[in-house]
Design a protein around this ligand. Structure first.
Ligand code: APR
Ligand code: PHB
Length: 385
């Protein structure tokens, strides 16, 4: 088998890249370790920057997003019960769209025309400095796909980054001593907009997927087990962290999904190794505070697709030569913002009373400063590519 671009991973990054290449007439094959159903079963974030919405439009997969996506003109912060609305529209003239990553993935899967190989075992990358190829196993048979380029879109635990020699890679990492316990519930959201809440018991987030489905999170220690959290315990803890009116208005119900995600900041540099490119979670992780993960994956693959189109259509390598530097410039800004928002809103056991007062001062500063709110809004709605 031969193709122009072998894409590893059928998450949003791999599927969007495949779609953009398909539309440009560039032959590609996606190789995914899991089944399509498994990929669609993962519950992830759901806030799209306008750049991601525009990319869905460009990919001609925005029909359902246009109909079902919820436009949010602002978001709420709450600090020990005090509220502050960040008015994106008034501050920077922009908005975000609430639409689940699962739905983005589904829309891209349904539109896919190229070949996707699901349930590929033992995926391996070969000779990315010379004649690149990808191999995998299925039904006891080893398959091989020769290609011009490999796009590593296989997430944080994928094989792409792991195949690069250690000495060629520089990594930057910060782990946080907590995770988010999330719950999905078929009840209307507690508020029209998201609420990011700081409380001395820990961070909480009220989010949503639609007008009838809500997503809530509470900060928990890293070693916490989801089995220890009955739905009742979750709702009780969430209420304690919200201001009283919000806690009162909360509509609870049986969870349809409950899981704990660790928080991490991570960047690998560079994003190109010969004919292998990294994009999305394969290259970087942001903590979810600020909802940048999916949006960064989208901007990476938009840049990578454009670079490949330039290469095949115009025979210019300028785009692929610049990809790493260009994408990393945007990635680091999103890393900074996600780290900052995480630092403002979570409780950090190690920083003690001083740390909490600094957080309070930061919140008070935000509350009183149009300029500070503008900085938050400009980053939240998404910096230019
Ligand atoms: N071989 C083939 N596929 C693999 C391998 C492998 N060795 N390892 C992982 N994969 C697949 C995973 O099963 C997954 O479907 O690669 C895909 C990677 O998808 P994501 O983890 O969703 O990453 P990405 O497409 O970069 O999307 C980033 O996902 O994690 C969120 O916050 C993140 O929203 C952001 C988005
Ligand atoms: C979510 O809805 O899952 C969500 C929203 C905003 C975030 C993180 C997660 O910052």
């Amino acid at each position: 088998m031969r193709t122009q671009v072998a894409i590893i991973g059928a998450g949003p990054a791999g599927l969007m890249l495949g779609r953009l290449l398909d539309l440009a007439g560039i032959d590609n094959v996606i190789i995914e370790r899991k089944s399509a159903d498994y990929v669609l079963g993962r519950i992830r974030a759901g806030v799209l920057e306008q750049g991601s919405v525009d990319l869905m439009e460009r990919a001609q997969v925005a029909g359902r997003l246009r109909a079902e996506g919820l436009i949010h003109h602002g978001t709420d912060l709450s600090f020990d019960g005090d509220r502050l609305r960040i008015d994106f529209a008034g501050l920077v003239g922009k908005h975000v769209t609430v639409y689940g990553q699962t739905e983005v993935t589904r829309d891209l899967m349904e539109a896919r025309q190229g070949n996707t190989i699901y349930e590929a075992g033992n995926v391996a990358i070969h000779d990315f400095d010379g004649n690149p190829a990808v191999s995998w196993e299925q039904d006891g048979v080893t398959h091989r796909l020769d290609c011009d380029y490999i796009a590593g879109c296989d997430g944080y635990h994928g094989v792409s980054r792991a195949s690069v020699p250690q000495e060629a890679l520089t990594t930057f990492e910060r782990t946080y001593p907590f995770g988010w316990l999330g719950i999905l519930v078929d009840k209307p959201p507690v508020a029209h907009e998201l609420i990011y809440a700081h409380h001395e018991r820990g961070f909480a987030l009220c989010s949503q997927r639609s007008n009838t489905r809500s997503r809530y999170y509470v900060q928990v220690p890293t070693d916490e087990k989801v089995e220890n959290w009955s739905d009742d315990r979750f709702w009780d803890e969430l209420r304690l962290r919200l201001n009283p009116e919000t806690a009162e208005a909360l509509q609870t119900g049986p969870s349809i999904e409950k899981s704990i995600a660790p928080l991490r900041s991570f960047v690998a540099e560079p994003l190109r190794f010969g004919k292998l490119f990294l994009a999305g979670d394969a290259a970087h992780i942001v903590p979810p505070t600020g909802a940048k993960g999916l949006n960064l994956a989208m901007s990476d693959v938009a840049m990578l697709a454009d670079a490949m189109i330039e290469l095949y259509a115009e025979k210019s390598a300028a785009g692929i030569d610049n990809y790493s530097q260009r994408a990393l410039a945007r990635i680091w800004k999103a890393e900074r913002f996600s780290w900052w928002m995480t630092s403002l809103l979570h409780t950090f056991p190690e920083t003690g009373r001083f740390g909490r007062r600094i957080q309070r001062a930061e919140f008070d500063y935000l509350s009183g400063s149009h300029a500070a709110q503008q900085v938050l809004a400009e980053n939240y709605v998404g910096l230019p590519a």
